[in-house]
Structure formats: structure tokens, C-alpha cells
Ligand binder design. Structure first.
Ligand code: ATP
Length: 354
């Protein structure tokens, strides 16, 4: 991995009685596309704003490119920020918007023109220099904001929910454009989102936050396949959770007395074994049939979702679980009220300790 560009060391920020960011330590590498992800109020925006220099940590250190940022104001930091509502100046044309920062720095008009043209080419807006913001689409305005942030050649681009103001279709298109842009410019992008799909689709690594704390930092596939806690398992996608008592059997962890009976869990055994733990099973890793081995249950609801169907099954003790299968995959058409057998392959259940 490339060297670190951002290092947070035990960073804490309080607002009155609220600890918005709680003892966060985190390293982001040069050239990474990194997402800060979590529910509303988890502290992700506050963390981003501290990187930008818009908030000051109460304790801890932030280093950017190896330099301690304490006392360094926002405009002297080697970062630039793109805000949620694409903040473009309505009275300036595209070229003046994008070149604004260079003008403030006193850079000569000829160099400005060349750099504006480069920046606009990067975001695929070449030729639109003379347009006014109200003659642009939402996606184009967001690209103007991106060009304006990139033109100053920051080491890190900070993005606060950059796609949230766009409609669903455009948002999806901009996801791949942003990822390609980041690849092209090669600098680190750190973006905040509460949308797990967006984070998983774009980021190389994600930090999942809850109540100011970092729950897990990992690549999208690891977050999904090996969540560190019930919070992460539930926040990243959908999950069935079963509580039980772990015990060791020939080196494997068996979670006993769950609503599914004994569940063999994947992964290494923790030491010492806690007295309680959870098994996490993704809905798409489970299947249902009308015969054979499995845990008996009653099918309560079927939601046809096009490519997939979502089955809700009630277990004997009343717990309801979700099973997702490709539509047409079932051996026969099930109906609500059917008795079914629920099963899952070895290795599908993940042990969670918290
Ligand atoms: P959202 O997605 O809703 O923006 P977030 O995860 O970005 O949420 P933050 O905006 O960082 O969360 O807020 C974290 C906590 O700190 C919240 O409880 C919030 O109310 C509080 N907070 C943030 N900024 C301030 C402020 N300037 N004054 C007081 N409290 C604040």
C-alpha cells in the first residue's frame, strides 16, 4: 500500500454534551478512494470537517502528508472540499467558477485559462466555459464544483455527500464517473455518505461509524463478508442474527441454542470464548425447500422483486427471518402458509462477538 496521506490519532470532538467523534484513529493512504459511512448523526461529517480544518478537535492529532494540522487554517491545508449542494457561484460562468481559486491566488490569466481547460476536460465539461450555472443540469453543476476543487491540485479531495442532491439515475451514473475521475487524478478522495450502496460501489475502503466511534475499516467485500459487529452486519446490507452460546468442537466454533439450533460458524475461534455471541447469516446465503433436511419453518410472506424474491419465514419459536433467492430458483412455487425447511451451506454463518 502507498504511504499515508491522512493520519488521525485518537481524535475526539464534542459539541456540548454530545461526543460527535469519539477517539478515532485512522490512516488513509495516498491515492485511496475512502468512504466515511454511517447513519445520520454518527459523526462522519464532523470528522471530514476536522480534516478540512472547519472544526478543531478537542483532543488527538490530525496529520496530512506527515504534517500536524494543529493550528493550520482550512485555506492553508493541502485539501479541498466539495459540498453536498454543489456550491457554484450563480453569477459567474463555468470558466470563472472553476478558475476562481486561481484568480484569488493571483495566477496569471493565460495559465488560468490553460488550467481551467484541463480541469473541465477532466470532468468532461470541455467547451462549456461560457455557460452560466442556470444553463447546466444538476450533474453538470456538480462537475463544475469538482473541477473547481481539483484545479488547485490538492493532495486530498474531501467530498461531503457529493451525490445526494442528484436524482437516483444520475447518482448511479456519477458514481462510476467519480471513481474514474479519482483514478485519473490519482489523489486521495475521502467522501462522506450515509448510503451504503454508494460507499460499496465507489470506495476502495470504507470506515463504518456509529455514535462517534469507528466500528470497522475494511474493503467493501470484507465489510460484507466479514463484518466486525452486529451493527456493521446490519448496516451493510441485510442480515439474520441469531444469539447463542459459543463452544469449541474440533477447532470450530459452534453457536449453541440459537433459534436455528446449533450453528457452525466460519472463521477463527476467539480466545477466550465469550458466554454469548451471534451468528450472522445473509438472506441470499440461505435457501428453502419443501422437503429434506433443514430447520422447519412457516412461509409467511413472499415479495417478488423482479430478478429476486424475498421470502419471510417464521421459525418455530416465532422469530422471522429473511431469505433471498433468484426468482424462478425455487423448486416449486411456494405460497404463504407453506411449511418449509430452511438451510444454509457450511461456512455461511459468521460469528459476531458484539
Ligand atoms: P448526517 O449524515 O445527518 O449529516 P453525520 O454522521 O454527518 O450525520 P455529524 O453531522 O458529524 O453526523 O454530527 C454528529 C453529532 O454531532 C450529531 O449528534 C450532531 O447533532 C452533533 N453536531 C454536529 N455539529 C454540531 C454543531 N455545530 N453543534 C452542535 N452539535 C453538533
Amino acid at each position: 500500500m502507498a504511504g499515508p496521506i491522512i493520519q488521525c490519532e485518537n481524535v475526539t470532538k464534542r459539541f456540548g454534551g454530545v461526543t460527535a467523534v469519539d477517539d478515532v484513529s485512522l490512516t488513509i493512504a495516498q491515492g485511496e478512494f475512502f468512504a466515511l459511512l454511517g447513519p445520520s448523526g454518527c459523526g462522519k461529517t464532523t470528522l471530514l470537517r476536522m480534516l478540512a480544518g472547519l472544526e478543531v478537535p478537542d483532543s488527538g492529532r490530525i496529520l496530512i502528508d506527515g504534517r500536524d494540522m494543529a493550528g493550520i487554517p482550512a485555506n492553508r491545508r493541502p485539501v479541498n472540499m466539495v459540498f453536498q449542494s454543489y456550491a457554484v457561484f450563480p453569477h459567474m460562468n463555468v470558466a470563472d467558477n472553476v478558475g476562481y481559486g486561481l484568480k484569488v491566488e493571483g495566477i496569471a490569466a493565460s495559465e488560468r485559462r490553460a488550467r481551467v481547460a484541463d480541469a473541465l476536460a477532466l470532468v468532461q465539461l470541455g467547451g462549456l466555459e461560457a455557460r452560466m450555472p442556470d444553463q447546466l443540469s444538476g450533474g453538470q453543476r456538480q462537475r463544475v464544483a469538482l473541477a473547481r476543487a481539483l484545479i488547485k491540485r490538492p493532495l486530498v479531495l474531501l467530498l461531503d455527500e457529493p451525490l445526494s442532491a442528484l436524482d437516483a439515475k444520475l447518482r448511479e451514473q456519477m458514481r462510476s464517473e467519480l471513481a474514474q475521475l479519482q483514478h485519473k487524478v490519482g489523489i486521495s478522495f475521502v467522501f462522506v455518505t450515509h448510503d451504503q450502496d454508494e460507499a460499496l460501489a465507489m470506495a476502495g475502503r470504507c470506515a463504518v461509524m456509529d455514535k462517534g466511534k469507528l466500528e470497522q475499516v475494511a474493503a467493501p467485500a470484507d465489510l460484507y463478508e466479514r463484518p466486525a459487529s452486529r451493527f456493521v452486519a446490519d448496516f451493510i446490507g441485510s442480515v439474520n442474527l441469531f444469539q447463542g452460546t459459543p463452544r469449541l468442537e474440533s477447532g470450530r466454533v459452534i453457536l449453541a441454542t440459537t433459534e436455528l439450533g446449533d450453528v457452525i460458524c466460519a472463521g477463527a475461534a476467539p480466545s477466550p470464548l465469550p458466554s454469548q455471541a451471534w451468528a450472522a447469516l445473509r438472506p441470499e446465503k440461505m435457501s428453502l425447500s419443501d422437503s429434506g433436511e433443514g430447520i422447519p419453518g412457516t412461509l409467511r410472506h413472499i415479495a417478488y422483486l423482479g430478478r429476486e424474491s424475498l421470502y419471510e419465514v417464521e421459525l418455530p419459536d416465532g422469530k422471522r427471518i429473511k431469505i433471498r433467492r433468484p426468482s424462478g430458483d425455487a423448486i416449486r412455487d411456494f405460497s404463504a402458509g407453506d411449511n418449509v425447511q430452511v438451510s444454509w451451506p457450511d461456512g455461511a454463518a459468521v460469528l459476531l462477538l458484539s
